[in-house]
Design a protein around this ligand. Structure first.
Ligand SMILES: NC(=O)c1ccc[n+]([C@@H]2O[C@H](COP(=O)([O-])OP(=O)(O)OC[C@H]3O[C@@H](n4cnc5c(N)ncnc54)[C@H](OP(=O)(O)O)[C@@H]3O)[C@@H](O)[C@H]2O)c1
Length: 302
């Protein structure tokens, strides 16, 4: 045990024992650096650049899920985060979030984004009821698949104060053309698109257009739904990456955050420790262009 601890301490670069917890001095120093926020281009409002995705993790509305969600939300807020992304179709996630935010009094500290399958007033009412709120921060049209899809109703709802921002989403590359057409015509406040170190198609197809029309970008699936963690399983973080990342999670998220066209990343997690780790990507330096190229080479070699 003593030998294992000594090795760990060496590997973690001068770790310290604080309150019985092994904490890397790099992590401590990182927590003292300013929080990374990004401007929403359509309004000038700033939001913290790491949020929380809720697909799969809060699907079932029961006591265990609520206490898990509460712990994750507390970790998000404690570490400077605000953004939560959910959807009308993520099982009971909206209900779980509604219960937890109402009970914890966290609503005012959060930026809540949800998604509807269509511009249907009944679906919006259901989402607001489940979330226990009168309005959402961001209302997104989920999985855009046709060039003709309109955000007219969403904009009406925005005028009525039912949402503050409107957006569209997709994680299907076959639908990127439709996404581009809707982006160009409707000019929403946000587009949510899949993008990760090993899935960079949106960097060329969607991100330049979003920047042109002044839309914020949320990156869905920033870990490729966990695929990136499997790819590095058993591998140590390379030494050259330790100057900007304390963990693989931060390595993957900081690759995205170094792209200033990205407003926020929304990794999904049901684990408060992972939430804290993810939020740590909002602190400390970001990889420079050379380091980013190295990250791509590294990912392509896996
Ligand atoms: N069409 C759309 O609009 C669309 C489609 C897909 C996703 N999304 C949004 O994007 C969000 C993110 O996607 P996702 O949740 O499917 O995939 P993801 O964020 O790419 O990966 C989630 C996986 O990573 C693990 N993880 C998270 N943080 C970690 C950490 N620090 N260390 C180790 N493992 C970690 C999670 O496990 P643990 O729970 O154990 O942490 C989970 O298995 C969704 O939740 C949803 O909000 C939108």
């Amino acid at each position: 045990m003593a030998i294992r601890m000594t090795r760990q301490i060496t590997r973690r670069d001068f770790s310290v024992l604080a309150g019985g917890l092994l904490v890397s001095t790099r992590a401590v120093a990182q927590m003292q650096t300013p929080l990374l926020t990004r401007e929403i281009l359509s309004s000038g409002e700033r939001i913290p650049a790491v949020g929380l995705g809720t697909a799969y993790v809060f699907d079932q509305d029961d006591g265990a899920t609520r206490s898990k969600a509460d712990a994750v939300l507390q970790a998000l807020v404690k570490n400077g985060g605000r953004l939560i992304d959910t959807a009308s179709t993520y099982g009971d996630a909206e209900s779980v979030l509604g219960e937890v935010t109402a009970a914890s009094g966290l609503r005012d500290k959060l930026f809540i984004a949800t998604k509807l399958e269509s511009p249907d007033a009944r679906e919006l009412k259901r989402s607001l009821t489940r979330l226990k709120i009168a309005s959402v921060d961001l209302l997104q049209l989920h999985n855009v698949r046709s060039r003709q899809q309109s955000l007219e109703r969403f904009r009406e709802w925005k005028k009525q104060g039912l949402c503050r921002y409107v957006g569209i989403t997709s994680t299907f590359h076959r639908d990127y053309r439709a996404v581009e057409a809707v982006l160009e015509r409707e000019k929403p406040d946000f587009v949510q698109i899949d993008c990760s170190l090993d899935n960079r198609g949106a960097e060329k197809a969607i991100l330049p257009l979003a920047a042109d029309i002044g839309a914020g970008v949320l990156t869905a699936l920033p870990y490729g739904n966990g695929r990136l963690f499997k790819a590095v399983h058993g591998k140590e973080l390379p030494d050259w990456a330790r100057v900007f990342a304390n963990s693989w999670g931060q390595f993957f998220l900081k690759y995205l955050l170094a792209d200033s066209r990205i407003t926020a990343v929304i990794p999904g997690t049901g684990d408060p420790g992972h939430m804290t780790d993810n939020a740590g990507a909002m602190r400390g330096q970001l990889p420079d262009p050379d380091q980013r190229r190295r990250m791509v080479e590294f990912a392509d070699s896996l």
